[in-house]
Design a protein around this ligand. Structure first.
Ligand code: 13P
Length: 255
């Protein structure tokens, strides 16, 4: 089955609730006619509830930027998948900022991916090597290990429907874009590993995105890729014009 391309905006820690309402209003106006691309916005937790009402009957869906690995309990300050499940379809899991700044381990990321799937949501599992790892020639081994660990609690059938985002850490927010051919090579390596571990259906079904310094100027080359299933956009998703242009690059491409 052909799946639509996916363009995901990760707003990170930007926008107050009123600001996010304005941004969503602009996106709705500009993207109402888009049909072939699945558009996902990941605002901050506080914005999710009002945004969910604003997005009813639109072609935009919501994602969360993080989730706690347990469903409920005495975990002050965390956000449960049970609460999120009413409002979002996707959840970013294991973003490199969570791994590096909040010490999220592969073990915790695997638990998060599993709890997200168990509640009928789709994890967007983020993986990527640091600059040091890239310079040491370790990109493939690092990323493959991250993926193997993150998928360890999922079945082949579940993996068929998840999303993986290859986001090299050195490309995030740096303006240093990964070559499309390198991102495609990594995506192919990941599919090969998934095929070996979980079978062909899982390898074909899983969607693999690229993220890291994607903007309206370079989006076209990713939109044209036959190997990549879309992009995960940080900074450029905060500028509604830039984000709309990125989505439209994907909309105008045939799969
Ligand atoms: P930038 O697009 O700002 O590089 O961020 C990428 C990212 O981290 C998306 O999750």
């Amino acid at each position: 089955m052909l799946k639509n391309k996916l363009v995901v905006g990760n707003w990170k820690v930007h926008f107050t609730v009123p600001e996010s309402t304005v941004a969503i209003e602009k996106l709705k106006k500009s993207l109402g006619t888009v049909k072939k691309v699945e558009i996902v916005i990941c605002p901050g937790f506080l914005d999710i509830y009002p945004a969910s009402a604003e997005l009813i009957d639109t072609n935009l869906v919501l994602g969360a930027q993080n989730v706690f690995q347990k469903e409920e309990g005495a975990y002050t300050g965390e956000v449960s998948v049970v609460a999120l499940a009413h409002f979002v379809k996707y959840v970013l899991v294991g973003h490199s900022e969570r791994r590096l700044l909040f010490s999220e381990s592969d073990r915790v990321i695997a638990q998060k991916a599993a709890v997200v799937v168990a509640h009928g949501l789709t994890p967007i599992i983020c993986v990527g090597e640091t600059l040091h790892e890239k310079e040491d020639g370790l990109s493939k081994i690092v990323v493959v290990n991250q993926v193997e660990a993150a998928l360890s609690h999922l079945t082949a059938l579940e993996i068929e429907n998840i999303v993986i985002a290859y986001e090299p850490v050195w490309a995030i927010g740096s303006g240093q874009l990964c070559q499309v051919s390198d991102a495609e090579k990594m995506a192919q390596d990941l599919r090969n590993v998934i095929k070996a571990l979980y079978g062909e259906k899982a390898a074909k079904g899983v969607r693999i995105l690229y993220g890291g310094s994607v903007d309206q100027k370079n989006a076209k080359s990713f939109a044209q890729s036959k190997t990549l299933d879309g992009v995960l956009v940080g900074g450029a998703s905060l500028d509604h014009k830039a984000f709309v242009e990125i989505v439209k690059e994907f909309e105008s491409k045939k799969k």
